[in-house]
Ligand binder design. Structure first.
Ligand SMILES: O=C(O)c1cc(=O)[nH]c(=O)n1[C@@H]1O[C@H](COP(=O)(O)O)[C@@H](O)[C@H]1O
Length: 234
């Protein structure tokens, strides 16, 4: 697994994905999420992998332990590098996810890293308090989920850049902080609420950044990706 910015391939289908990837002539770290997977299924994972890219399969599993464990066992066969669940699914669910992932990983192949979503980057503290009825601050809620995720034996969490440093201090540097909600300075936030720039993410303790529309929606995606990469690697 490389540490390049993870490019979210949020496209409606395979044709758009390959048209987009054609512009890049280097191995990337890409994310296949619900939008693409719901249309193309596991085949898209195999095809993107054949191009030599590292893959984060972002399906955010959240169900009873037995269902998530069995689903993970199947996903493990796809040979992706990173997968996720929702921490709100609970510790037994996360433990079942690891068990499934280990059981399904072919012998001799390294199992995918498993991370858990804490509070989505599209969620505000006010929304969390009124809709989820969580009385903690957003930072405390994210930290709570990070601790729970670590106790369950996962490799890290998805959080916003704003919580990354506190998680590193609480759970250690090796516990991954994967942060979406990345925008270039002055860029449109769209539906994201807890955003940061690539250089801000680097400074504030992200392990990996996820970037979608700031690149895929740019007039020149290759140039935008280069700017994001340079800021992230600086
Ligand atoms: O798990 C994720 O990847 C994820 C978690 C989260 O809290 N927020 C979040 O935006 N994401 C994903 O990260 C990507 C962000 O895309 P952009 O907002 O276009 O950069 C999307 O594919 C989201 O599904």
């Amino acid at each position: 697994m490389n540490n390049k910015p993870i490019l979210a391939l949020d496209f409606p289908g395979e044709a758009e994905v390959f048209k987009f990837l054609k512009h890049f002539n280097e191995p990337l770290f890409v994310k296949i999420g619900m939008e693409l997977y719901m249309q193309e299924g596991p085949d898209i994972v195999r095809k993107v992998k054949e191009l030599g890219h590292d893959i984060f399969l972002d399906l955010k599993l959240h169900d009873i332990p037995n269902t998530v464990g069995s689903a993970m066992k199947g996903l493990a066969k796809l040979g992706v590098d990173l997968v996720n669940v929702h921490a709100a699914g609970g510790r037994p669910m996360m433990e079942a996810a690891i068990e499934g992932l280990e059981a399904g990983t072919p012998v001799g192949r390294e199992r995918a890293a498993l991370i858990a979503v804490t509070q989505l980057t599209s969620t505000t503290e006010e929304q969390m308090k009124t809709e989820q009825k969580i009385a903690l601050s957003l930072q405390e809620s994210v930290l709570h989920y990070a601790r729970l995720t670590q106790q369950a034996g996962l490799n890290g969490v998805v959080c916003s850049v704003h919580e990354a440093k506190a998680i590193a201090e609480t759970c250690g540097e090796n516990f991954l902080r994967v942060t979406p909600g990345i925008r270039l300075a002055g860029g449109d936030a769209h539906d994201q609420k807890r955003i940061a720039t690539p250089d801000g993410a680097k400074h504030d303790g992200s392990s990996l950044i996820v970037v979608g529309r700031a690149v895929t929606g740019a007039q020149d995606p290759v140039a935008a990706y280069k700017i994001v990469s340079e800021l992230w690697e600086a």
